[in-house]
Design a protein around this ligand. Structure first.
Ligand SMILES: Cc1ncc(COP(=O)(O)O)c(C=O)c1O
Length: 370
């Protein structure tokens, strides 16, 4: 079934065409890509978008061949971390036409991150319109194989050449895109971290800021050495309330309820997949509770035999089944071959994203051919 066309798509595209210069490649690199063996985040499509914020407005917006950026060693982003990003996926519908999944949600989150980090917001013509024109230029790079997509990575960095601590006046906005296969190709093992934390109320946990990830590298390296795929972060006060994983929000299915940590503390990224999964779970007739979830509640449910499934949700990883969840002396092992809820969520989500099911909530942004 075709996606419902977003009525403002055309207007956004027209404004983008007026404001973004197109400098397209004469030689595509697409022949180098093995679309049957896509790995996540390794190869980039022919084009990228760049734009500059001069302290007052966004200008010099251009789609050009993918290339290195030239950045001064005194660039403020290197030193003080004013850097934010997004992760979005484009799929092909049943007619082979590309669609972006919920780009307006990522657009809103990007500008929320920008505000928290003292950076300028970006206008719709640049973020949404820029992706539209970029996918038009890289249309053939959107994979159609099952589980594959074109991963879009918009980001913004400070651009001042000045090494004093202050918000940068100038910024660079860039979008690159990468044909991507599955992030995890098997069920994952999580460690509930009880020494290091990712975010605290009042901090920047809800922003998709580069530094949030930098701080997780060391504890994650330690966890990986012990055989885990990611950390499941908990609050820093009691080390009990679940937050999220390295690149995913988390859900537990207990009996006929789906529970997931709520966003009120500002410590968790408001996942677009999380929001979609909440709607899909409700459509499936489950009761969904967004509320504080303690690790003890999960352990207790597991001991009582009512913990049916635990899964992570994220744009990169889609829905990742958790087969093992370790917390102190507890080792929760789950049989992911019995994950009927997770399986149906993936199926429904994929069906919407690829136009096989009706897009009743208008999640897909259909790319009108130029
Ligand atoms: C820390 C973190 N939490 C959650 C998510 C899931 O968010 P989304 O579903 O918008 O990709 C991501 C990925 O973007 C993430 O990096």
């Amino acid at each position: 079934m075709m996606a419902v066309e977003n009525p403002i798509t055309k207007t956004v595209q027209e404004e983008a065409l007026r404001k973004i210069k197109l400098n397209l490649t004469k030689e595509s690199r697409i022949g180098e890509i093995d679309f049957n063996n896509l790995v996540f985040g390794k190869k980039y499509a022919d084009h990228m978008l760049v734009a500059d914020f001069d302290g007052h407005e966004w200008k010099n917006a251009e789609i050009l061949p993918f290339q290195h950026l030239s950045v001064s060693p005194s660039n403020a982003a290197w030193h003080y971390g004013q850097a934010i990003f997004e992760g979005i996926k484009a799929y092909k519908d049943q007619d082979g036409e590309p669609m972006i999944f919920r780009p307006y949600d990522n657009y809103a989150r990007f500008n929320t991150s920008a505000e928290r980090m003292g950076m300028p917001t970006v206008p719709e013509w640049l973020f949404i319109g820029g992706m539209d024109l970029l996918i038009n230029a890289d249309r053939d790079w959107v994979p159609s194989n099952k589980g594959c997509s074109l991963y879009l990575r918009p980001f913004m960095i400070a651009a001042d050449e000045f090494i004093g601590v202050k918000p940068s006046d100038t910024y660079k906005f860039v979008i690159i895109n990468s044909p991507a296969g599955p992030y995890f190709n098997k069920p994952i093992k999580l460690l509930v971290q009880d020494k290091y934390i990712r975010a605290f109320p009042g901090g920047v946990g809800y922003a998709k800021a580069a530094g949030n990830y930098g701080g997780t590298m060391y504890p994650t390296m330690q966890a990986k050495k012990q055989g885990y795929d990611q950390i499941l972060w908990v609050d820093g006060l009691e080390f009990k309330q679940l937050q999220e994983c390295g690149t995913m929000n988390v859900f537990a299915i207990i009996g006929n309820k789906a529970i997931t940590p709520d966003l009120t503390q500002g410590t968790i990224l408001a996942g677009v997949t999380r929001a979609s999964v909440i709607d899909i779970l409700s459509d499936m007739g489950l009761t969904v509770e967004e509320r504080p979830v303690s690790i003890e509640e999960v352990v207790t449910a597991w001991k009582a035999g009512t913990l049916r499934e635990v899964f992570g949700t994220g744009t990169a990883s889609s829905v990742a089944y958790v087969e093992q969840l370790d917390y102190k002396e507890h080792q929760i092992k789950l049989d992911t071959t019995k994950y009927s809820v997770g399986a149906e969520v993936i199926e429904r989500l994929d069906a919407i994203r690829t136009g096989r099911a009706e897009d009743t909530r208008n999640w897909n942004y259909k790319i009108t051919r130029l």
